[in-house]
Ligand binder design. Structure first.
Ligand code: COA
Length: 333
C-alpha cells in the first residue's frame, strides 16, 4: 500500500488589483458593505492580454515544482479543477499539459466541482498514487470568474465576491501517510442556487445559436447568497468533523485549518464553532476574494511561504460550493 504527500505548493494571481472603491464606481455598493458582509478588500481580475486559466496554472506549477525541487518531466498526471475553462471544450488540463511542454506525454483530467474542486482533485490524485499507478501528480485549482460576472447593481451580490487566480500542489508517492483522508459529498437538489446556466446543452437549437440570443443574463453567475451561506456553515462543520472522526483526532489537534475562502464571516463562524485560535486558521480572502477552485491551493501556498505549515502539522482543508458540493481533507505534513 502506497501513501501520498504534498511536496510542493505554488500559486499565481493576475496583476490587476480591483478594489472595493473601484467597484463602487461601477455599481451601487460601498467598501463598508463589502468589508462588513464578506471581509473582502480587493481581488485580482484577469488581463485579457496576458492571463488565461491554463497559463496562470502553469505559473503556479512552476512555483510548486521549484519548491519541490522537481522538473516538468517528473509530473506523470495532471488533475485540473476549474469551472471556468479557457474553452467550452476541451478542458484546461490539456492546455496546461501543452504549456508545460509535456504534449502527448501524460494524461490530463478535468474536474468541475466548483469551490470543492481542488479537494476533489486532491482525492483523485491520492487514489491514483495509492494504487501505485502514478508517482508525481500535479493538482491544480484555477479560475477566471471575473469575465462571467454581471458587473452592475443587478449582479452586485456576486460581482463583489469573486476573483481570479491559480494554485498548484504536487502530490508524491511516500512511505508515510501525508494525505490522511479525503471526504467528498454532493447534493444536486441545490444545483440552481449557485450556477451559470449557459452555454448549456439542453436547450432548443435556436437558443444555442449565439446570433439569436437576445437575453444573455443566463450566461452570468446566479447565486442565492442566503441559501448558500446557510448550507455552507452546516456542511463545513459536518465535513470537518467527519475528517477528524475518521482519523480519531480532536479539533484541538488541527494545527492549521485552510477553509475555502468563500466569505470571511463563514470562516469566522467555523473558527468560533471549533474554538480555534487565530493562528490555527488561514484566511486571505481579504486580498483575493473567492477564487472558487483556486482558493484553497492559493491559501495553502501562501501559508507555506509564511512558515505557517511545519513538519508533522495536521492540516485540515474544507470546502463548500456550487452543486452543492462539499469536501474535506486531513493532511499530516
Ligand atoms: N452592495 C450593497 N448592497 C448589496 C450588495 C452589494 N454588493 N449585494 C447585495 N446587497 C443588498 C441586497 O440587494 C439586499 O438589499 P435589500 O435588503 O434592499 O433587498 C441587502 O444587501 C441584503 O442582502 P442579502 O443577500 O440578505 O445580504 P447578506 O448579508 O446575505 O450578504 C452575501 C450577501 C452574498 C455577501 C452573503 O449572502 C454571502 O456571502 N453568501 C454566501 C456566498 C458564498 O459563499 N458564495 C460562494 C460559495 S462557494
Amino acid at each position: 500500500m502506497y501513501h501520498s504527500k504534498i511536496v510542493g505548493l505554488g500559486h499565481h494571481v493576475p496583476d490587476t488589483v480591483i478594489t472595493n472603491q473601484y467597484l463602487s464606481n461601477l455599481m451601487e455598493t460601498t467598501d463598508e458593505w463589502i468589508v462588513e458582509r464578506t471581509g473582502i478588500k480587493e481581488r485580482r481580475w484577469m488581463n485579457p492580454a496576458q492571463d488565461t486559466v491554463a497559463n496562470m496554472a502553469a505559473k503556479a506549477t512552476h512555483m510548486a515544482l521549484q519548491r519541490a525541487n522537481l522538473k516538468e518531466t517528473d509530473i506523470d498526471f495532471i488533475v485540473f479543477a476549474t469551472i471556468t475553462p479557457d474553452y467550452f471544450f476541451p478542458g484546461s488540463g490539456v492546455l496546461l499539459q501543452r504549456e508545460l511542454g509535456l504534449d502527448g506525454k501524460i494524461a490530463a483530467l478535468d474536474i468541475r466541482n466548483a469551490c470543492s474542486g481542488f479537494i476533489y482533485g486532491l482525492s483523485v490524485a491520492d487514489q491514483f498514487i495509492k494504487t501505485g499507478m502514478y508517482k508525481n501528480v500535479l493538482v491544480i485549482g484555477a479560475e477566471i470568474q471575473s469575465t462571467a460576472l454581471d458587473i452592475s447593481t443587478r449582479g452586485r451580490n456576486t460581482a463583489v465576491i469573486f476573483g481570479d487566480g491559480a494554485g498548484a500542489a504536487i502530490l508524491q508517492q511516500s512511505d508515510k501517510p501525508g494525505i490522511l483522508s479525503t471526504h467528498l459529498h454532493s447534493d444536486g437538489k441545490f444545483a440552481e442556487e449557485l450556477y451559470v446556466k449557459d452555454p448549456g446543452s439542453s436547450r432548443p437549437h435556436a437558443e444555442r445559436q449565439p446570433e439569436q440570443i437576445l437575453d444573455t443574463t443566463t450566461y452570468k453567475v446566479v447565486m442565492n447568497g442566503n441559501q448558500v451561506f446557510k448550507h455552507a456553515t452546516t456542511r463545513f462543520m459536518e465535513v470537518i468533523q467527519e475528517a477528524l472522526d475518521t482519523n480519531h483526532l480532536k479539533k484541538e489537534d488541527i494545527s492549521l485549518l485552510v477553509p475555502h475562502q468563500a466569505n470571511l464571516r463563514i470562516s469566522q463562524y467555523i473558527q468560533h464553532k471549533l474554538a480555534l485560535r487565530d493562528e490555527q486558521v488561514f484566511n486571505n480572502i481579504q486580498h483575493y476574494g473567492n477564487t472558487t477552485a483556486a482558493s484553497i491551493p492559493i491559501a495553502m501556498s501562501e501559508a507555506w511561504s509564511q512558515g505557517r505549515i511545519k513538519e508533522n502539522d495536521v492540516l485540515c482543508l474544507a470546502a463548500f460550493g456550487s452543486g452543492f458540493t462539499w469536501a474535506s481533507a486531513l493532511i499530516r505534513w
